[in-house]
Design a protein around this ligand. Structure first.
Ligand code: SF4
Length: 701
């Protein structure tokens, strides 16, 4: 019997990216605790993270490759995947195939999948479930800063005097970050403002809750920038030296939000509350504005992001201690996916198709035979294309679009109609039922690589368990398929360290300061150094020291003229307004103790205990008007589909609005998936779907 051993790794759930110490006992049982040495969490874990050891059983796991539902060998499965993809490309062109991947993949997995699709298949049809998470922040960053940059670090939460949380139930969705904020508030009296249509656990503890009408964030922040100008809080020297477009943005904001009264009417808020918020923001230099899915998951998400950034540019509060706009990502490696370029409108290593020289540069680095030269299909469009036959071969990696995509009923029909579907995943999911080829992927604790959290901190996620059955890591699966497609030399990876070194080298390739994403200082890591890599922030160019590093604080931006751009944005109406047939607005989001479609957290009784059944929250007055009592089984219907849930009367809901958790899937509660109700309406810049505002009707069953 071997001795117990302890491995330092990272939590696989949210974008906080906490460090975890996994202890494998001599009898093979695993216990976890927070890593006291990890800068994100200093030893703390939330309810989900602390239950990780209870999620490691093999129940429900995919342990062997399957073809048409029957067990097959790896060679047969991979030969079939390679042959069907190659034949489809030969017959219908590279844009007839697609990969739909996941923020659960490690950076190395993501890199290999992106390289195969964009460099060797020759299409940019690789998109990710991160499209549903933070694509609007990416688009907003690129519009304002010229590159997808989160300027701040978590320490800014602790150095701010005012923290504004917009569309973010931080207490439940980023719990350890929230605990850091509360701890520092107890010491320095940090003011917290929450902007959210729901009275969430986060809102319950703040100094001021702006419970605004859903979708009116642009109006609120246009009113703020106009107020900053009126009260002399604009940092004119900063604006003149480091930005462009202020006058146009201010002019539109002032026209859009000419008075406090107009803002109050549009946002359905008390004017005195808005005035208090505006005064606090104007007077508090150390202000951080945190935003998450309530901002991003919107048909106007990118404009919301830029409305927030405009206020920080106007005050020069970017990238300095305790100040800045701060996008917090939902997934553990949404940032890593952005870094490798794993979005259909990005290319690689923060190079995009908007730079005409980028495809040739990346092509040279990869020695790519057929580099993609234009953006591919974003998630919603990708499944639309699978539905109408343009996508004929689709590979879904580590995600469950059959329940998580908007208009999920149509997505299921698209998966059924698609000529050839490959699913590589850890467990059987609603999506794996549609797989022609099902491939067993390594899970947390078995796979090895890196992730990047919301503050650009790269951490190692390490294996401490043997691969069960015939399970393999995603990077290996994709590389083996690529080799069989004729690209053996470019995908001859022996281990994830080699992939990481190549990723680091690409970030620095012909960069010369053009892109801030540069981790060239990690290009020469030995395998042992990679194995022992301590968490570090990017950028990490050659010669870097690894200290905590904010970005953009010097007023220089990665745009052509080195200046940040104000974006003139206007408050728009709801993409799908309520009407007599569908009179309620349905919002969707997370529960404290669940993760995504519950494939992991649903296995843990103590995580299920708080919310064992799907429940739709309704304002008690609305519930009474509909003849619905607390606990009644109700039917929720939108123009896209239906779902069933228990009714939960909640005074935290505004009148006319309802909330359904996003987690429930066929495996845990048949016909309760929020995705079946959501609309495939997307933001025109980011392609991110509107998951927070769909008209529904609710009736007792
Ligand atoms: Fe994991 Fe997020 Fe909880 Fe940290 S806050 S333990 S990363 S789920």
């Amino acid at each position: 019997m071997t001795d117990a051993r302890e491995v330092r790794t990272a939590c696989p759930y949210c974008g906080v990216g906490c460090g975890v110490q996994a202890r494998v006992a001599a009898d093979g049982t695993v216990s976890v605790r927070g890593d006291p040495g990890h800068p994100a969490n200093s030893g703390k874990l939330c309810s989900k993270g602390s239950a990780l050891g209870e999620t490691l059983g093999l129940d429900g796991r995919v342990l062997h490759p399957e073809i048409a539902g029957r067990r097959a060998g790896w060679d047969a499965a991979l030969d079939l995947v390679a042959r069907r993809f190659s034949e489809t490309i030969a017959r219908h062109g590279p844009d007839s195939v697609a990969f739909y991947v996941s923020g659960q993949l490690l950076t190395e997995d993501y890199y290999v999948a992106n390289k195969l699709m964009k460099g060797f298949i020759g299409s940019a049809n690789i998109d990710t479930n991160s499209r549903l998470c933070m694509a609007s922040s990416v688009a907003g960053h690129k519009r304002a800063f010229g590159e997808d940059i989160v300027p701040g670090v978590y320490e800014d939460f602790e150095q701010a005097d005012l923290v504004v949380l917009v569309g973010s139930n931080t207490a439940w969705c980023h719990p350890i970050l929230y605990q850091r904020l509360l701890a520092t508030r107890a010491e320095r009296g940090t003011k917290i403002v929450v902007v959210d249509p729901r009275r969430t656990a986060t809102a319950a503890e703040c100094d001021l809750h702006l419970q605004l009408k859903p979708g009116t964030d642009v109006m609120l922040f246009n009113g703020l920038v106009a107020h900053l100008a009126r009260c002399g809080a604009v940092d004119s020297a900063y604006v003149a030296a480091h930005t462009t477009g202020f006058d146009a943005a201010l002019s539109l904001a002032a026209a859009d939000a000419p008075s406090l009264k107009r803002v109050a009417e549009t946002c359905d808020l008390d004017a005195a509350d808005i005035a208090a918020f505006y005064d606090w923001f104007a007077a508090t230099e150390r202000t951080v504005t945190v935003y998450s899915q309530g901002v991003n998951q919107s048909a106007h998400g990118t404009d919301k992001v830029n409305a927030i950034i405009n206020c920080h540019l106007a005050t020069g509060r970017i990238g300095r201690p305790g100040m800045g706009p701060f996008s917090v990502t939902g997934q553990p490696n949404a940032m890593g996916g952005r870094e490798v370029g794993g979005l259909a409108n990005q290319l690689a290593a923060h190079m995009g198709f908007d730079d005409p020289s980028a495809p040739d540069r990346v092509g040279r680095f990869w020695h790519a035979p057929d580099i993609a030269r234009r953006p591919g299909l974003k998630a919603v469009d990708m499944f639309e294309a699978a539905s109408d036959g343009r996508i004929k071969a689709l590979w879904v990696m580590g995600t469950n679009p059959a329940v998580s995509m908007p208009d999920a009923g149509k997505v299921r029909a698209a998966l059924k109609a698609c000529d050839f579907v490959v699913v590589s995943d850890v467990t059987r999911t609603d999506t794996s039922h549609f797989a022609d080829v099902l491939l067993p992927a390594a899970a947390w604790g078995e796979k090895d690589g890196t992730v990047t959290n919301s503050e650009r901190l790269i951490s190692r996620q390490k294996s401490f368990l043997p691969l069960p059955g015939e399970v393999r890591p995603d990077w290996w699966i994709v590389s083996e398929a690529a080799r069989r497609m004729g690209f053996a030399e470019a995908f001859d990876y022996a281990e994830p360290a080699a992939i990481f070194r190549e990723h680091a080298a690409l970030s620095a390739f012909e960069n010369e300061g053009a892109r801030l994403f540069d981790i060239g200082g990690l290009t020469d890591l030995t395998d042992a150094e990679y194995d022992a890599l301590a968490p570090l922030h990017w950028p990490f160019p050659a010669g870097a020291t690894g200290r905590t590093q904010r970005l953009l604080g010097d007023g220089r931006f990665p745009t052509a003229d080195g200046r940040a751009r104000f974006l003139p944005v206007r408050q728009e109406g709801a993409a799908l307004p309520v009407d007599a047939a569908y009179p309620l607005v349905l919002n969707t989001g997370r529960l404290r103790d669940q993760w995504h479609t519950m494939t992991r957290t649903g296995r843990v009784p103590r995580l299920m205990a708080n919310a064992p059944e799907p429940a739709v929250e309704l304002n008690p007055v609305d519930a009474a008007a509909l003849g619905i009592a607390d606990g009644d089984l109700v039917r929720i219907e939108s123009r896209y589909g239906g779902a069933r849930a228990k009714a939960a009367a909640s005074p935290g809901q505004r009148r006319g609005e309802a909330f359904l958790p996003m987690h429930w899937s066929g495996r845990f509660a048949a016909n309760s998936a929020a995705g079946s109700l959501s609309a495939p309406i997307t933001d025109p810049f980011s392609g991110q779907p509107e998951l927070k505002h769909v008209p529904v009707r609710i009736s007792r069953e």
